[in-house]
Each structure stands twice: as structure tokens, then as C-alpha cells.
Design a protein around this ligand. Structure first.
Ligand SMILES: C[S@@+](CC[C@H](N)C(=O)[O-])C[C@H]1O[C@@H](n2cnc3c(N)ncnc32)[C@H](O)[C@@H]1O
Length: 297
């Protein structure tokens, strides 16, 4: 089976290339609100966020931080709403997201991105499904919001629980999908009992699976291929269309190619073109990969 893959350099807040109800699955990991490495990107794409960061520089006020957090989620919400539009009835949206911690004026606080995204998606109309916790291998415990426990980290009560899990939030648009009896593509996409038992349990720790990524991938915060692999196999059928509205280094496209799904990915950063090309080009015998640069973002 030859599959088709489109990589669109443009903003996924508007996915005009996609018709209503034309995508079976969305798999993605957005920039994480309140994680410092994404501040600049949010400020660049949204003048309101840029202004709020300027304001924070002057007033250093907690209320301004709250406004920044809200504005970052409003920014992402446009993509979740657009995803809802393009998904078929019964289509699934999988969002890999981490919560964030941050100290502002010496006050340490959690920003629970996963719960905010869940609320936003429910308002859009999605049905929330049980989520997955991806247990990450590293990260040392924290003391007073600093990277690692210091000596007094053994004494109560001022240490914090480490954020060593990320969420894979799962949502469905509308009702369960229906298939004709004995649908061939569906049967060809079957998973094994071992896969089912492992993939449909709530904690994923990828024991024995490579979780490391290259330096460049780390800079784009690429997720492990195993995440995309499992989600694509769990929630789509061979030959269907998988969307990633925050494509980054192209992991979702690469894994869609490997699993005989079609795909479409959106990315705003043109500097990622060589990384995406490298990740996806090896597979062109089975897949046609088209790179599209929008005239206007
Ligand atoms: C966390 S990274 C995705 C990493 C990806 N899962 C991978 O494995 O490489 C998020 C990406 O979304 C891109 N991005 C942010 N806002 C966007 C938008 N509105 N439309 C398209 N891409 C966007 C960023 O440039 C960044 O590369």
C-alpha cells in the first residue's frame, strides 16, 4: 500500500487544506504553556502574549503570570477547535502534554496544563476518555523548586514531588466509529494480545524501549517514536489519515509511514525542514511525501 503524506509549513490554527470530517486521528504534542523553552515561541505567534511578558517585566505581578498562562491556553485552544472540525465523527485526538512548575518572585507553583486542556476540549465538544501517564525515565526530585534535592531535602516539609510523568490525553469527537462487518483494513490493523494488554494500561514506562532522542530532537522536544507508534496503532486503521498539528521534527509522519497510514502535519518553524526531511525521506518507496509552504501563514 502506498500512502500520502503532506507536511505543511503554516499555522495549524487554521487548517484550510482539510475539509470538515476528513481526519480519523490526531496525535500531537504542543508547546507546553509555562515551560520556559516555549515562552519565546508563544510570544512570537501571539502579540497579546508578547505584551503580557513585557508587562511582567515591569510589574512582576502574579496576576500577570496568570494572564500569560490563560493566553497560552487560548492560543492552543484554537488548534483544538480546528482539530474538532476536521475529525470524523468518532475520531480520536491524542495530546501529549506535561504540567509545568515555575517560581515567580520566589513563589513556586504548579501549572496543570493537562487539566486546562481537558476543560477546554470538553467545552469545544470533545468527550474525555481515560488518559495515559507516560513515566519518564530521568528527572531528579526537587527541593524548593530547584533541580535536585539538597542536603535538607531529607527533612520535611519543604520538598516537592517530582514531575516525572507526562500525560497523553485522549478525546473523542461524537460517537463510536462504525465499520462494516469483517472490514478488511480493520482486521489487517489488528494488535496482538500482548500489545493490547500493554498499550491499553494507564502507565507507560517503555521498559526495554529506547527513550532517548538526538540533540536536535531534544531542542524540538520530540516525543519517543514509541508514543506515536502505539497511538497510531491503537486508534486508527491502515490507510486512514493521521494529523499532527504541531509536527516538530516529524516523528508522527515517520511513524504513520511505517504503519501504512496517510498523514498531514503542520509546523510553523521553517528551520525544521532538514530535520523533517531526514526523518521521513528514508521511507519514500512506500510513501509519497509532499512539502508545502503556505504563501501566507
Ligand atoms: C513540542 S514540539 C513537537 C515535537 C514533535 N512531537 C516531535 O516529535 O518532534 C511543538 C512544535 O509545534 C510547533 N508549533 C507551535 N505552534 C504551532 C502552530 N500554531 N502551528 C504549527 N506548528 C506550531 C513548534 O514550532 C514546535 O516545533
Amino acid at each position: 500500500m502506498q500512502t500520502q503524506h503532506r507536511i505543511i509549513f503554516g499555522n495549524s490554527q487554521q487548517m484550510s487544506e482539510l475539509e470538515n470530517g476528513s481526519v480519523q486521528l490526531m496525535v500531537t504534542s504542543p508547546p507546553y504553556p509555562m515551560i520556559a523553552m516555549w515562552d519565546e515561541l508563544f510570544a512570537k505567534t501571539d502579540p497579546k502574549i508578547a505584551d503580557l511578558f513585557k508587562k511582567l517585566g515591569v510589574d512582576g505581578c502574579e496576576e500577570t503570570v496568570r494572564q500569560i498562562y490563560d493566553a497560552m491556553h487560548e492560543n492552543l485552544a484554537k488548534v483544538w477547535a480546528e482539530t474538532y472540525r476536521v475529525l470524523v465523527d468518532g475520531g480520536i485526538a491524542c495530546i501529549n502534554i506535561g504540567d509545568a512548575t515555575r517560581s515567580i518572585n520566589g513563589k513556586f507553583q504548579l501549572y496543570p496544563n493537562h487539566s486546562r486542556i481537558t476543560e477546554v476540549c470538553e467545552k469545544i465538544g470533545f468527550t474525555t476518555l481515560p488518559y495515559i501517564l507516560w513515566k519518564k525515565p530521568t528527572t531528579k526530585p526537587m527541593y524548593k523548586g530547584k533541580g535536585a534535592f539538597l542536603g535538607s531535602g531529607f527533612l520535611p516539609p519543604n520538598a516537592y514531588v517530582t514531575l516525572d510523568c507526562e500525560f497523553i490525553l485522549l478525546f473523542r469527537k461524537g460517537r463510536l466509529r462504525k465499520f462494516p462487518p469483517k472490514d478488511a483494513s480493520r482486521y489487517e490493523s489488528v494488535f496482538t494480545k500482548k500489545e493490547r494488554d500493554e498499550w491499553f494500561s494507564q502507565i507507560w514506562s517503555f521498559k526495554g524501549t529506547r527513550q532517548t532522542v538526538t540533540d536536535l530532537e531534544r531542542r524540538t522536544a520530540a516525543y519517543p517514536e514509541e508514543i506515536a507508534h502505539r497511538l497510531i496503532r491503537m486508534f486508527s486503521v491502515k490507510g486512514e489519515l493521521v494529523l499532527d498539528p504541531f509536527l516538530g521534527s516529524g516523528t508522527t509522519t515517520k511513524i504513520a509511514i511505517q504503519n501504512q497510514r496517510n498523514s498531514i502535519g503542520y509546523e510553523t518553524d521553517p528551520n525544521l525542514l532538514p530535520v523533517i526531511t531526514r526523518k521521513t525521506q528514508k521511507n519514500t518507496k512506500e510513501a509519497i511525501v509532499e512539502i508545502i509552504k503556505r504563501q501566507k501563514n
